[in-house]
Design a protein around this ligand. Sequence first.
Ligand code: HT7
Ligand code: ZN
Length: 851
Amino acid sequence: PITIRREDYRPPDWQVPEIALDFDLGAERTRVRSTLEVRRNGVHDRPLVLDAEALIIVGVTVDGSPVDYSYEGDLLTVPLAAASATVETVVDLAPRTNTQLMGLYESGGILCSQCEAQGFRRITPFPDRPDVLTRYRVRMTADRADYPILLSNGDPVGSGESEDGRHWAEWNDPFPKPCYLFALVAGDLVANRDSFVTRSGRKVDLGIWVREPDLAKTDHAMTALKASMKWDEDVYGREYDLAVFNIVAVSDFNFGAMENKGLNVFNSRYILADADTATDTDFDGIAGVVAHEYFHNWSGNRITCRDWFQLSLKEGFTVFRDQQFSADMGSAAVKRIEDVRMLRAAQFPEDAGPLAHPVRPESYIEISNFYTATVYSKGAELIRMMHTMLGAERFRAGTDLYFDRHDGEAATCEDFVRAMEEGGGIDLSGFRLWYSQAGTPRVRAALARSGEERFILQLSQDVPPSPGQPEKQPMPIPLKIALFGEKSGTKLDERLVLFDGPAHEIVFDAFGERPILSINRDFSAPVVVETDRTIADLAFLSARDDNPFARYEATQQLMLDTLLSAIAGSEADHAPVIEAVRETLADPALDPAFVAEAVLPPSEAFVGDHMAIVDPEAVRAAREELRSAIGRALEAQWRAAYSANSANRFEYSPAGKGQRRLRTVALNYLMAAGAADAPALAMRQYGEADNMTDRQGALAALVSSDAPERHGALAAFYDRYRGDPLVLDKWFTVQALSTRDDVLDAVEALASHPDFTLSNPNRMRSLVGAFAANQRAFHDPSGRGYAFLADMILAVDRLNPQTAARLVPPLGRWRRFDPARAARMKSALERIVASPGLSKDVFEQVSKSLI
Ligand code: HT7
Ligand code: ZN
């Protein structure tokens, strides 16, 4: 396969200012007639080369005359002598057999498109690259009974009847866009309709389109959409620009959602919600993804990417924007904790493994493999660091300049940084390194007395090597720090330190008492911090730090240190953790949502990430022992927390969410304590729940236990929800994530369950993706977990290479495990790479994982 390199970028040979698309739609066969106005870009004599993948070419004409074209290796080459021409292509495709879910495909009887990153070439021949901006006019003709609704980008401009029960509709998008933002949907859909009046007084018609039985589950998404539209006006001064904004939900989708201009297409899991079927996490996810896709209208659509190496320009910035939105809509502290937990769970391991790449990658084989936690979440952290260094007002001056200067363009990460420098008044020369250098910096911080009068904070950093980058330069790291007096408990100092060399010292005059260091407050930089703080220091901060994130972090560090020393064979002293949890539970000033986060021990994977060689059994045992000790020591407190947070009426509100979360955390601690009545309590919670959060929480607690009730609860859940695919996904996931010893058997059996299918990405991930995230079960010493995943990857690859490739990273972590496991993981990878007919998606991930 060919490697594409950032340094090889050159502008397109031909621009396409206009396109007229005419679709004769059918699930078995769709005919696409495409009329391109093309214009030579610069002085050259190269032919027009159009990307065209898996298309049946019916005909090609230039200015109305047939032409001698060639179609080889996914490229359609059309000789053109003049500086401009009208090129018409006619092609056929078969949406029903398109299992890749890229291009035009069928999902639950709906015809829908997915073009990012390179799906448009599977619909019609076109220069499929984001720096070709085109105005689209789209006409669709389809059977009226099967496809009564015909949607595309922009505004509807006409519709009518055709012969034989067919009808047509025409849409026009006045904004030039790259072809990855093209969308088409045809189906039997109904809409939740609403409207939004923009700050300049324009009315926008909003529609969320779903299949009729799902209509009642769309109100939350609509509320989130309107809140997003208002928020983007208030916080970034960005107004929506078309008269119509439509969203369509489909069941088969490779990703979360897609920001096509004026016609977002969503994975139904990010639209459909009601109390009976969606958890609070689902509700939050819906609001976040609806906001994310809406915000792309400016950060991505009005200003798009010059090439795919610039992907984080739109994705990092838009993730940052959706994180800010969610923080403003609920608890900012809890949102930050969740975002950091995600970053550490997905991005830190990626940055430390064989697939590590910079936020702006230098090369790729298959761009779909670069929709990664690094490009998205670390990319968002880069924007956040600029926000931290500039402050809200100057950051806004920077984004205003960026939006004004580049509106209507295909821009680069460099353009964004330059706008921040000029608009915000800051020199970011050194900061650019964050875009080009992979790896998570490790910061060491030590605070020591120097003579009678002073304290010195010594900082040092190093950035580990990563593939292709053996030597690293020090990064500019903005660290929010504070010092607290050990005796007085008061804050003695607080500042933002920009630490940009290999080492740095900050001198503080004496305070009359020993200061305790609070560092990387709010997680101001995406780094790993190691300090010389004692257990007592961490306990102090856990109870008294006034920065909620730092307070959470201190408790986590306390738990992590306790777990690591137990794993290392020391006599486990659980007392400081128990006391910290006791204090957190007893603090009336704390919000239950925060408490629920702070009292949970770090995940098994996170603990493993802190070991030289991961020992999944030892991690599981130490963590379960700690949970059980906390459960037993604080049984009375857990009972009290359980009762105090057992509200009996569902309300989706920050307070309601926090109470439900803490309630189930308390239930889990009672289970861990071995309380005799805990399974009955879980069963009662399951039976009496008026919402999915409580029901799923109780089910998960039972499924991980030996309680005989677990079978009944699983069966009841299945019977109740077997007709609801999104809820059935939860049934698979809860079993794949169980902490029981028989998970592997259960997962293998579930893979043959009649409701399991590889062709639906949600269902496949609900079992296989969840299982691969269950550290203890996946890393079963027999290697059966690895063999199972390899079989799944190979089977999925035949249908949907993108989805298959996303399953590879857990196997790629072989260097982190003991030689026996590493050998089995490697041999699973070798078996995959030796398989005939492998996609380039899976090939890239597996071959890079073996190096
Ligand atoms: N911009 C969207 C990316 C996306 C995607 C990428 C690869 C394959 C399928 C896909 N569907 C959507 C999603 C987003 O970040 O908003
Ligand atoms: Zn996005």
